[in-house]
Design a protein around this ligand. Structure first.
Ligand code: ATP
Ligand code: MG
Length: 208
């Protein structure tokens, strides 16, 4: 993993990245500018206990695609922490581990609106809120006032620190990309070109 010890504001972009797509990368870029972060650490999940196992590629494969996606960018790095840990992924453990590795850093956990609305069901949400600032982006046209209400609720209940970010509505999701692969349709420009080539060469997502 890259040496992030010089970064004092680290964005952490967690996801299954099955596969990583342009929406993730643009979100990272926006978050970096919005919050003045030094860079973004992409963190593919290990075994996600909350996701359907059927179409889920192994962590090593999702990690490989994520590495390809960020290879051309000095301020984007990729971590194998969760994939290497194996077993269930607990975001609070990851944040605590990162804080120990980079004691100088303030951590900003980046997520889309869908995740802001489910984060209370994640494992030990109070520990997540304690260990980072959340940077939450709108998604799928969710109105900012709904996000604002959720933010206030979480701040009151958990003393959470949450920054909201207006983000353009991109109808891009890994689910749709997997669907397109199954249907033999193009995923060009939805994922970085090296990722598209890798998916094509390995015949990923072609069969349900
Ligand atoms: P899937 O369809 O398999 O759930 P996904 O596209 O939602 O995939 P994830 O890996 O689940 O991708 O998401 C990682 C993070 O990126 C989440 O916080 C999610 O909200 C955010 N995200 C993904 N796509 C977008 C998008 N188009 N706009 C805003 N946020 C997004
Ligand atoms: Mg998702």
């Amino acid at each position: 993993m890259e040496d992030l010890s010089k970064w004092n504001k680290i964005g952490v972009m967690g996801g299954t990245f099955n596969p990583i797509h342009t929406g993730h990368l643009l979100l990272a870029q926006w978050a970096m500018e919005e919050a003045g972060l030094n860079g973004i650490l992409f963190m593919p999940t290990g075994n996600s206990y909350m996701k359907d196992k059927g179409e889920m590629l192994p962590g090593s494969e999702r990690l490989a695609m994520t590495r390809l996606a960020v290879a051309d960018r000095d301020c984007f790095a990729c971590s194998d922490l969760e994939v290497r840990r194996g077993g269930n992924t607990y975001t609070y453990e990851t944040l605590e581990a990162l804080q120990n590795m980079y004691p100088q850093a303030h951590l900003y956990f980046i997520l889309g609106a869908d995740c802001l609305f489910s984060i209370e069901n994640w494992y030990c949400p109070e520990k997540i809120f304690r260990s980072c600032v959340l940077l939450a982006a709108s998604r799928n046209g969710m109105p900012m006032n709904k996000l604002e209400t959720k933010r206030q609720e979480l701040e009151e209940r958990y003393d959470a620190r949450i920054l909201l970010m207006a983000f353009p509505n991109l109808e891009i999701s890994s689910t749709d990309i997997r669907y397109r692969c199954r249907e033999g349709r193009s995923i060009r420009y939805l994922v970085p070109e090296p990722v598209r080539e890798y998916i094509f060469q390995n015949h990923y997502y072609e069969n349900p």
